[in-house]
Design a protein around this ligand. Structure first.
Ligand code: AMP
Length: 302
């Protein structure tokens, strides 16, 4: 089953203790779509400026991503500049330039409207809402956000969450959104806003799922080399949603497997800057790392 995604397509400038990259391809929807493209058909809604090179468009097309909903308009592409210190779990935003996104009015192409899976990747919650208003009732609506929007558009975000089934958010942002230090209390508050399922991304500590009364904790893959955590959250969401859409199964057992596929995709993504690792993966590599996760976390009952 296909996934419709709306989010940012961007130029990122990133500095980590291990190197830097200037004006490289990034954006929440770019990472998400590339990751999900290994599992299912992806239809992208976003906007770029005239400065967005054809080679990036070709690269996305080569991953089989449907770009009927990607608009190129006069102006500059969204730009994000960030820095990571040795704590790679914490991105420090230095600059955010919305550029063409500030006047964007998303129009969902007719061929996208009955997508059974919808992912509202990190972007202005008002744009996420405009997309949601144009689709026919999907099987699953999932959403991500970040501190920039939690602080900048809290009311729009709360309104959006009422119509969301699955919310994916990182640890610091879950605490900020709920005003709770305990993740369990934070989860209760967030679930009370609408979503049935909440997944809290915890960087190198993995991910925590709250679904009805049950909890599931997945580790992150212990890597020897980490170059750039940018896009880890979006590639996690791409693997998660990609697997759910591929199987069409929303049982808790299957969501647990999907979380591991998400963790697999995020672990590959952080091995290189931009999408350099994510875009060259093969299915056997993805499956092999999934099996390593199984061995990593397996223990016998008492
Ligand atoms: P993450 O997966 O959380 O590391 O997200 C990284 C991506 O988010 C980067 O490639 C940025 O271009 C994008 N990004 C950063 N800030 C924003 C924002 N305020 N709205 C939308 N996308 C953003």
């Amino acid at each position: 089953m296909s996934i419709l995604v709306v989010g940012s397509v961007a130029f990122d400038s990133v500095e980590t203790p291990f190197g830097k990259a200037e004006d490289v391809l990034g954006g929440s929807a770019t990472y998400f779509s590339t990751s999900a493209s290994y599992f299912t058909d992806v239809k992208l809604v976003a906007v770029v400026g005239e400065d967005f090179p054809e080679e990036h468009i070709t690269g996305l097309k080569e991953k089989g991503i449907d770009l009927a909903g990607l608009k190129k308009v006069p102006g500059k592409t969204f730009r994000w500049k960030g820095r990571y210190d040795y704590d790679l779990n914490q991105a420090h935003t230095l600059e955010t330039h919305l550029n063409v996104f500030s006047a964007f009015n998303p129009e969902v192409p007719e061929s996208y409207k009955d997508s059974p899976f919808v992912f509202l990747a990190n972007i202005d919650p008002e744009l996420q809402m405009k997309v949601l208003e144009q689709v026919k009732r999907p099987k699953l609506i999932a959403c991500d956000t970040m501190n920039f929007w939690i602080e900048g558009k809290p009311d729009a975000l709360r309104k959006l969450l009422k119509g969301v089934d699955l919310f994916v958010i990182n640890e610091g942002e879950a605490r900020e959104f709920s005003g709770q230090a305990s993740l369990v209390k934070a989860a209760k508050e967030i679930l009370a806003c609408g979503p049935k399922t909440l997944i809290i991304k915890r960087g190198e500590y993995g991910a925590l799922m709250f679904n009805g009364g049950s909890m599931f904790s997945a580790p992150a893959y212990p890597l020897e080399e980490i170059f750039d955590p940018t896009g880890a959250g979006d590639s996690f969401a791409g693997g998660l949603m990609g697997y759910l859409a591929n199987t069409g199964d929303l049982s808790e057992d299957n969501i647990r497997k999907a979380i591991i596929f998400g963790s697999v995709m995020a672990s590959f993504n952080v091995e290189a800057f931009s999408l350099n690792r994510l875009k060259t993966l093969t299915l056997p590599e993805i499956k092999a790392r999934y099996s390593e996760f199984k061995r990593l976390t397996h223990f016998e009952d008492i």
